[in-house]
Design a protein around this ligand. Sequence first.
Ligand SMILES: Cc1cc2nc3c(=O)[nH]c(=O)nc-3n(C[C@H](O)[C@H](O)[C@H](O)COP(=O)(O)OP(=O)(O)OC[C@H]3O[C@@H](n4cnc5c(N)ncnc54)[C@H](O)[C@@H]3O)c2cc1C
Length: 461
Amino acid sequence: MIDLNNSKRVIIIGGGAAGMAASVFLAKAGCSVQLYEKNEKLGKKLYITGKGRCNFTNACAEEEFLSHVVTNPRFLYSAFAGFTNHDAIRFFEELGLRTKVERGNRAFPASDHSSDVIRALERQMRSSGVQIFLNTEVKALLAVSDDPAVLEDKEAKQTGYAVKDFSAEYSAEKTEQNMSEQRISGVRLSDGREIRGDAVIVATGGLSYPSTGSTGDGYRFAEQFSIPVTACRPSLVPLLTAEDDIPLLQGLSLKNVILSVRYGKKGKKTFSEFGEMLFTHEGISGPLVLSASAVIGSSLQESGTLPAQIDLKPALTEEQLDARILREFENGKNKALKNVIASLLPAKMRPIVMERAEITPDKPVHDITREERQRLIASIKAFSLTICAQGSYREAVITQGGVSVKAVDPKTMESKAVPGLYFIGEVLDLDAVTGGFNLQIAWSTAHAAAEAISGNSAGEW
Ligand SMILES: Cc1cc2nc3c(=O)[nH]c(=O)nc-3n(C[C@H](O)[C@H](O)[C@H](O)COP(=O)(O)OP(=O)(O)OC[C@H]3O[C@@H](n4cnc5c(N)ncnc54)[C@H](O)[C@@H]3O)c2cc1C
C-alpha cells in the first residue's frame, strides 16, 4: 500500500549507497525527503566499487547470504528478509538498469559501469521529488526533550519543547533517563542553519577511503547521544608482513594457492582458503588476503603478529610433490637446481624458496640430499609469513566496527535510545566479505528504515 499523502519529513545525512536507496524508498512511499551530501556529487564511493564496475549485490541463494556476513549476521536477518539480494536485482532492473551475474554470483550492471548504478538511483531520486543538497555538510543532530531541566531556550518556552544541540556538550555523565526523554528533531548544517524533520537517517558510511567522504561523522553523531560505537578498524585490506624477503616479491601474483592464517585465542582458529593473492612492497594483498583480513582483524590487534602460510602447490600432496621433484631432477641430472625448478615456481619465487630451503641455487641436482629436498618441499607447501599489521583506512574496502547493533532495533534501524534517529549502511557495526555483500547491507538496512519511517511497504519493487 502506498500512501502518497504521507507527509513525514525525513532528513537523510549522506548520499552514498545507503542514503540514496533510502531516499528512493521513502519518496516512493510519499515522504518528503531531504538528502544532505557533503561532497559535490552523489555516490562518490559507489563510483569506485568493484573496480569501477560496482558489484552491487551477490545473487547467491538467500539462505546462504548471511553466512558471508562477518560481523553481526543475525542482526541483519530481518532487514535482509525484508529486502533480499534478489529484491535488489529486481529493484535496479525496475530503475532501468540492466544487470548481469558473473562468476561467484557477483551481480554487476550489464554495462560494467558503476556510474550507471549511480545514475539509475539519482534519476529516480530526482523524478520522485527527493530534495538533494550537495556540498552541504551536516555538523550536528538536534533533539527535543520534554525534560523540564532542558526547557531552556525561547522556543522551548513557547512550545513546551526544548531544542538542544548536543554536539558541543555531549558528555559521558548524561544519564540513561535523560536520553530516553529525547526525540530527534532535525540537524544543524555546517553553515549554522537548522533543518527540522520528523526522522533523521544517518547514512554517513565508515572511515575507509576517506577521500570519498567517509570520515566517521556518523560515529560522532551517535556519541552525541551516548549511543555506543564499537572499536573501528580497517577491513578487506592488504596485510603487512615482517619477513625481509617478501618485498622482493612485489608485483608477483599467485593463482590457485591456499593461504592459511592461524588466529583466535592461542591460534585455535584457522583461515584457510584457495584462490588468488599478490605481493606488495610491504606485504600481501589480493582477494584471498582481503578475505583473511576480515576475520583476523581483532586477533591481530590483540596479539600483534599472526603466523601465515602459503601452499604454493595445493593440488599435490607432499609425497606427490616429492615424486614430481625427483622426476624433474632425473630429467635434468647435471643441471643446477635453479634451472630445474623453473617449471615448478614463478621466477621471482625461485631464489627465495631456495634461500629458505638453504640450498645454493647453483648446486647440481644430483648432489642434493634427501634432507635438502624435504626442506625444498616444506618451503613450497608451507611458505611461511608473519602478518604484523593491517593496511590503513586509505586502502581498506570497508570499516569493521561502528554504531553498536545492540543500540539499534534490527527491524527498523531506529536507535533504541533516541526515537526518530536511524542508522543505515556501513556506519553500523556490520560488515561482510567481498562479492557484493557489503552493498547489499546498505540496500537492506536502507529499506528497513524507510519502511519503518513511512509505515508503508516501501518494498514493492
Ligand atoms: C575501493 C572500494 C571498492 C568497493 N567495492 C565494493 C563492491 O564491489 N561491492 C560491495 O558490495 N561493496 C564494495 N565496497 C564497499 C561499499 O562501497 C560500502 O560498503 C558502501 O559504499 C557503504 O555505503 P554507505 O552508504 O553506508 O556509505 P558511503 O557509500 O561511504 O556513503 C556515505 C556518504 O555520506 C557522506 N557524508 C559523510 N558524512 C557526512 C556529513 N556530515 N554530512 C553530509 N554528508 C556526509 C559521504 O560524503 C558519503 O557520500 C567497496 C568499497 C571500496 C572503498
